[in-house]
Design a binder for this molecule. Structure first.
Ligand code: AMP
Length: 508
């Protein structure tokens, strides 16, 4: 199995003059993308990086993203994607744990990066990108140093390609190690079951390239597709619909359910008849929303269920090829990817019974970076234990019931209550805190914190909310603070998160 950069090098041979990437009025052909990626990779090697070293990508969606990603692979380096909204302490933890030797970041993040104090002696090379600007930045200077004739690095199939950090419920982020084999097989599953991209497709990328949309770009690149990177800043549903109509977009590369709900709420009806495929997933979607989206846009939707440890690939539900599939399901397994429901003793349960969703196959991560205990737990018995509770019916259709952990999914982003609690508890007026998600029509769930104040009167709600954002990304901040005299606790003194949530919901 080849270096995953093969998906680009072959398309550069077959479709050199076709458009590979468009962003902010800039167009990059397949020939140029390959050349720039080779330059980027070779420039990093010339600066002293060695194959296997990690390159952190702390970038918002932009044209340069795919250059840096493929450039890292060209040189046999490992990409460490980071959500562009992360706060300084979160970035520092990922850089420290991964031991990244280069950090590619957007210009607006320059003060945050300078505040980390990690350059110089720590040997971290920083590369600043003027996202959407016409050139002449650090990134362009780096490309000018590089060699466009670099040969793709020889890698073994199980060499690391993408180190994806998913915070654990314990608060310590874990790096899921994905290999060239994992990404190649993920690309096959995409092209076989989800979206058979062609050179005539125009794929719109709206969700962060640091997550699913970036991974699913690999299939589009493999087929010579034109990748249009949305540059509207935040997600503006009316602008997205207009863009689809204006550019005759054929594929929505990846949407989280919240985006679909917001698209459905737009009153105007621009012509979206060019769409032939829209991939969504990453969080549960309500049946009535599934029904409404098919009614409004046609049977173009394909749901995918996956997680960072088995990226974008556990099951899929293609509404076009399986029009009778139950809308409340997550579909069926891809060929070659085994999905099983196991009980607490890791024994398979009979069809229709609940248990933990477990996965085995070439898409499953190699393990967590530097974390043998978490790896042994997650991969025990050779199966990836997803932490999701589900059941599989007689026909092999998976239904997801709940999450065994308490992860909050808001707007498709995973938020770990413990991280939010650790931020809030640092405020002097907070004695105790427990955080949980409550249902929300638009976002799926909203973050709520129940706080026992240390002062009378308690601090204003707005003060605590803004305090939290000095430690965690703004999208993780609580939407609401509820003051309680005491938190519900078990006989062992453990805070009962679900009980606190129940009390708050009952009070609403
Ligand atoms: P992440 O590792 O950030 O990709 O989050 C993965 C988690 O999101 C899974 O373990 C599920 O709990 C949830 N998830 C992903 N896809 C779906 C889906 N199609 N339906 C319901 N939940 C999903």
């Amino acid at each position: 199995m080849a270096n995953i950069v093969h998906v680009l090098t072959t398309s550069a041979q077959r479709y050199p003059d076709r458009t590979a990437v468009r962003h902010a009025g800039r167009r990059t052909s397949y020939r140029e993308l390959r050349e720039q990626a080779a330059r980027f990779g070779s420039a990093l090697l010339r600066r002293g990086l060695e194959p296997g070293d990690r390159v952190a990508l702390f970038l918002p969606n932009c044209g340069q993203y795919l250059t840096a990603l493929f450039g890292a692979w060209y040189a046999g380096l490992v990409a460490v994607p980071m959500n562009a909204k992360l706060a300084g302490p979160e970035v520092a933890v990922i850089l420290g744990d991964s031991g990244a030797r280069a950090l590619v970041h957007g210009a607006p993040a320059a003060p945050l990066v300078a505040g980390l104090g990690l350059t110089g002696e720590a040997g971290l090379h920083t590369v600043q990108v003027d996202v959407g600007a016409p050139g002449g930045d650090d990134f362009d200077r780096l490309l000018a140093e590089g060699d466009p004739g670099l040969a793709p690095a020889e890698v073994a199939p199980d060499d690391l390609a993408w180190l994806f950090y998913t915070s654990g419920t314990t608060g310590r982020p874990k790096g899921a190690q994905l290999t060239h084999r994992n990404l190649t097989v993920m690309t096959w599953t995409l092209l076989a079951d989800v979206c058979a991209y062609t050179p005539d497709d125009i794929a719109l990328h709206i969700a962060p390239l640091s997550h699913g949309s970036g991974l699913y770009a690999l299939g589009a690149i493999a087929r010579g597709t034109d990748n249009l990177i949305y540059d509207g800043g935040g997600f503006d549903p009316a602008a997205v619909l207009d863009l689809i109509a204006r550019e005759r977009v054929t594929v929505l590369a990846f949407l989280v359910p919240t985006m679909i709900v917001r698209l459905l709420a737009v009153e105007g009806k621009p012509d979206t008849g060019s769409l032939r495929c829209a991939v969504y997933g990453g969080a549960p979607i309500h049946v009535e929303h599934s029904r409404a989206m098919i009614e409004r846009f046609g049977p173009v939707f394909v749901q995918i269920y996956g997680q960072g440890e088995s990226p974008m690939t556990v099951t899929y539900l293609n509404h076009a090829t399986a029009p009778d599939a139950p809308l409340d399901s997550a579909g069926v397994a891809h060929p070659g990817i085994e999905v099983s429901i196991l009980d607490a003793d890791d024994r398979p349960v009979p069809a229709g019974e609940e248990g933990e969703v477990c996965v085995r196959g070439d898409v499953v991560m190699r393990g967590y970076w530097n974390n043998p205990d978490a790896t042994a737990r997650a991969l025990r018995g050779g199966w990836l234990h997803t932490g999701d509770i589900g059941r599989i019916d007689e026909r092999g259709v998976l239904f997801l019931l709940d999450r065994s952990s308490d992860v909050i999914i808001s707007g498709g982003a995973n938020i770990y209550p413990r991280e939010v609690e650790e931020a809030l508890v640092q405020h002097p007026a907070v004695a105790e805190v427990v955080v949980f998600g409550v249902p929300d029509e638009t976002w799926g769930e909203n973050v709520v914190a129940a706080v026992v104040p240390a002062t009378t009167p308690p601090p204003p709600e707005g003060e605590l909310i803004s305090f939290s954002t000095t430690h965690i990304a703004s999208f993780k901040k609580p939407k609401k603070i509820i003051y309680l005299e005491a938190l519900p606790k078990s006989a062992y003194g453990k805070v009962l998160r679900r009980e606190a949530r129940r009390l708050v919901l009952a009070d609403d």
